[in-house]
Design a protein around this ligand. Sequence first.
Ligand code: RP5
Length: 159
Amino acid sequence: MSAAVGIIMGSQSDWETMRHAAETLDQLGVSHEVKVVSAHRTPDRLVQYANGARGRGLKVIIAGAGGAAHLPGMAAAMTSLPVLGVPVKSKALHGVDSLLSIVQMPGGVPVGTLAIGKPGAINAALLAAAILSLADEALAGRLEAWRLAQTEAVAEAPE
Ligand code: RP5
């Protein structure tokens, strides 16, 4: 069976951030695949990946990139699957460059843009799971349980 979520990232260096998306999907029991696909260094790989995504059975794409972060937008240009963009924190501009590169898409080609860094990677996975849960009651239950566990883990007073 093919993966439901495709996690792609522009560089090996993005994995430290994007592994949080993969780990969150693992916790929720959502099948996923992980690949390095660079809009700039491996453009042919990107074209092949995005054009073939729906046909291979993927339902949601999570794309993380930093700096001139064109990966999510270019993926969204080539597929009508939901694309969630994670701005990776860059060294030079702390991810503000990544955020602005991803968020400011032209009308007609949407990318759901998350927060910079680890919180964005986690939330991209949760959002992907929420999208999939619309047609998967068991996953909806696991998502509710995940949220409940998070709530219960918050102490009333600091230790
Ligand atoms: C982007 O350039 C990648 O998404 C990464 O965040 C950034 C830096 O890449 P490396 O130089 O570390 O490979 O394309």
